[in-house]
Ligand binder design. Structure first.
Ligand code: NAP
Length: 253
């Protein structure tokens, strides 16, 4: 029986590229997200190569998550790799001007959603044991501060620490956990962050070479197929064109 990857946020960006990568290598894939037409289209595309099961899922809703996991078809029940990818940034402006609902949405998705899915899938991952893995998509924003990152960066810092802590609890089960922390990547991420401002999204990626969704999908597949005795705790991946800035110093004049 083929290995099964369970991917959240597969309707776009990293998640969709990951579904294509795992399916191209003969894995069965469970793909989830909120936009059904996109899941349906991806499912049709992948089904030519590999077994695929899709389900509309809002990761923020724990009841939905539990229900979905319980009703997985028999051949998709034994998960080898969970790609906890669904997430978003909102409100790139300073904290003092942010709508509190945007903060709540990031917390509900990037933190609550991620723990919902992890909790629901831990039993099957532990049953798989040696070779199983959880790839939590964090961000460089979880490690490095920058203006306008506020709750987004903090939510990704949660992902990092949760990943490390999970490792402690899962020691001896064979289940690996990685905080995969990408830098700037060209997906729909900035379009979502700016609430549909295509010009702002284009401007961010203009004149530089950002990571592509496929670059991160390759990394995910690499992590999932490492020899079972190897656990990469955290992997930070930036494009060569991205680096840190100097400290900002406020001056009175
Ligand atoms: N692009 C970057 O520069 C970058 C850098 C570092 C980390 N990341 C992280 O990478 C992950 C993927 O982002 P991306 O760049 O691929 O962005 P994207 O193209 O906007 O994809 C985000 C995915 O998350 C899903 N999603 C959002 N809210 C959801 C919810 N409540 N329930 C279920 N699915 C939900 C979306 O699906 P639906 O809308 O259909 O639900 C979509 O498939 C995120 O966790 C993001 O924080 C991105």
């Amino acid at each position: 029986m083929s290995k099964v990857a369970f991917i959240t946020g597969a309707t776009s960006g990293f998640g969709r590229a990951a579904a294509r990568k795992f399916a191209s290598q003969g894995w069965s894939v469970v793909i989830t997200g909120r936009r059904e037409e996109r899941l349906q289209a991806l499912s049709d595309e992948l089904a030519e190569r590999s077994p695929v099961h899709y389900q509309v899922l809002d990761v923020r809703n724990n009841e939905e998550v539990v229900q979905m996991v319980q009703s997985l078809p028999e051949t998709f029940k034994n998960i080898t790799c969970l790609v906890n990818n669904a997430g978003l940034a909102l409100a790139p402006q300073p904290s003092q001007t942010v709508d509190i609902n945007d903060w709540h949405t990031m917390i509900d998705t990037n933190i609550t959603g991620l723990v919902n899915v992890t909790h629901a899938l831990l039993p099957t991952l532990i049953e798989t044991g040696s070779g199983a893995s959880i790839i939590n998509v964090g961000s460089i924003a979880g490690q490095w501060p920058y203006p306008g990152s506020h709750v987004y960066g903090a939510s990704k810092a949660f992902v990092k620490q949760f990943s490390y802590n999970l490792r402690c609890d899962l020691q001896g089960t064979g289940v690996r956990v990685t905080d995969l922390a990408p830098g700037i990547a060209e997906t729909e991420f900035t379009l979502v962050r700016t609430k549909g401002d295509q010009a702002a999204s284009d401007a961010l990626y203009e004149g530089t070479r950002a990571l592509a969704a496929e670059d991160i999908a390759e990394t995910m597949f690499y992590l999932a197929t490492l020899p079972p005795h190897i656990n990469v705790n955290r992997m930070e991946v930036m494009p060569t064109d991205q680096a840190w800035s100097p400290f900002a110093i406020h001056r009175e004049n």
